[in-house]
Design a protein around this ligand. Structure first.
Ligand SMILES: Cc1cc2nc3c(=O)[nH]c(=O)nc-3n(C[C@H](O)[C@H](O)[C@H](O)COP(=O)(O)OP(=O)(O)OC[C@H]3O[C@@H](n4cnc5c(N)ncnc54)[C@H](O)[C@@H]3O)c2cc1C
Length: 401
């Protein structure tokens, strides 16, 4: 066992950290207030290879593995604890990868170079109005063959990047039923462009946090797609979705690690310098004990998250680890990381006293942002618990057939 980073990983971390601390961190409040990530930041991320970095180099990606992708996620989380930039990063890293792995050459050539350079967006559209956790039971969206093309009808909701995709262009990888008789084995994945599509009506939600990236929905009314927009094999969409979710959950873990470390550093600076009763706050055990607890939690989620990244890297290199190993490792990270991140941010807000309740400090942005992940983006906490329990008890004990 070796817990050290390679030279390549250290150089990559330093490159991303230097960029993120200099170009993103000073603008996080502006991003949160203006509800958008400045395009020059996106373009610079593209130049550094930070947009869909896991996509193949042939289509403009950096072809990095998931450990490298997690290092970048951690550094982006450290710089932007509102989590807007990290969300954009991780959604594109996970779903740009699926597009790169399974998309046709035509769809990849058309969209990936624009996604990796920051001209277009790549998102994921699974959730529907009747439910996200039980998508197999809830999904109404259909895709039917018409000649050589596909016709999609249905509605997707709570989808990240609706404004980005509608304005910049790009695609949302969209899950639709292609064989209603087959439950989860009857879904396929399609690359759906939202921009300038007369047959798509978009909506937006006013979110609690991570304001720099939009959340909304879209209705498809006879949306016609050329056949090359089918991602991978017919009726395999559910499996591609699960593959992408596992990857995304690992990056969420890494993002939360970075944001937690940033929050704890901020708290440490404060308790070292703020005095009460003639002593620094940090000299009271009532402050030190939670400090030690939060430090241990962050250390634990960091280890769990990079173990998950290691597991997925092993799987893609064909070495022992399976999709099940990845799913469970990713679920552990996703279950713990947002909760611990929320916990440390909440604690630091307490240490700051009244300042913690103001917009003078970024903590409130972190608390609002990280809640998206403990509520449910990329799968709710209970769904993570179900994935873990399924591994422990076997499929017979699943709460559904
Ligand atoms: C900020 C944000 C961004 C998002 N972005 C995207 C996106 O880009 N693309 C996308 O497809 N989706 C996205 N989502 C949707 C997300 O995937 C869903 O919210 C999630 O899957 C839960 O679905 P739901 O909201 O319909 O809640 P429900 O499925 O209705 O669940 C409600 C509650 O019931 C619990 N529950 C459900 N089933 C069980 C069970 N069997 N046992 C115990 N408890 C259970 C859940 O854990 C949850 O607490 C986003 C969500 C958020 C908050």
């Amino acid at each position: 066992m070796d817990f050290s980073w390679t030279d390549e990983q250290e150089i990559w971390r330093k490159t991303v950290r230097d960029f993120a601390q200099k170009k993103i961190k000073p603008r996080v409040r502006e991003i949160d207030t203006n509800k958008k990530i400045p395009k020059e930041i996106i373009k610079e991320m593209g130049k550094l290879g930070l947009l869909a970095p896991t996509a193949s180099q042939k289509y403009g990606g950096s072809g990095v593995d998931w450990t490298m992708a997690s290092i970048a996620a951690e550094e982006l989380g450290r710089a932007d604890i509102s989590l807007a930039v990290p969300v954009l990063y991780l959604v594109e890293a996970a779903w740009g990868f699926i597009l790169s792995q399974y998309g046709t050459d035509e769809v990849k050539s058309e969209y990936l170079p624009k996604i990796t350079s920051g001209e277009a967006f790549c998102g994921i559209a699974v959730t529907e109005p009747e439910g996200g956790s039980d998508i197999v039971g809830a999904a109404k969206t259909t895709a039917m063959k018409k000649g050589k093309n596909w016709i999609l009808n249905g509605e997707k909701i709570f989808i990240s990047g609706i404004t980005e995709s509608s304005n910049w262009g790009g695609v949302h990888l969209t899950l639709a039923r292609t064989d209603p008789s087959k439950a989860h084995k009857g879904f396929s994945f399609f690359a759906v462009p939202l921009k300038d599509n007369q047959n798509i009506e978009t909506t937006l939600f006013e979110d609690m946090g991570r304001m720099g990236i939009s959340t909304g929905g879209f209705k498809m009314d006879n949306v016609e797609l050329p056949k090359y927009h089918l991602i991978g094999k017919l009726d395999r969409g559910f499996y591609y979705a699960m593959e992408g979710f596992s990857a995304a959950r690992i990056l969420i873990g890494a993002t939360c690690v970075g944001a937690s470390e940033a929050a704890l550093d901020l708290g440490i600076d404060h308790i070292k310098t703020r005095n009460a009763f003639g002593r620094p706050l940090g000299s009271f055990e009532g402050i030190q004990f939670p400090l030690a607890e939060h430090y241990c939690n962050i250390d634990a989620i960091k280890l769990q998250t990079y173990r998950a990244a290691w597991t997925i890297d092993k799987m893609y290199r064909g070495k022992k680890c399976t999709h099940h190993d990845v799913a469970i490792a990713a679920a552990i990270s996703k279950l713990r990381a947002p909760i611990y991140a929320f916990g440390v941010m909440n604690e630091v807000a307490d240490w700051l006293g009244a300042l913690g309740y103001t917009k003078e400090y970024p903590i409130e942005m972190g608390i609002r942002g990280v809640r998206s992940y403990s509520i449910g983006a990329e799968g709710t906490m209970n769904i993570m618990r179900i994935i873990i329990s399924r591994e422990l008890l076997g499929k017979k004990f699943l709460p559904y057939k």
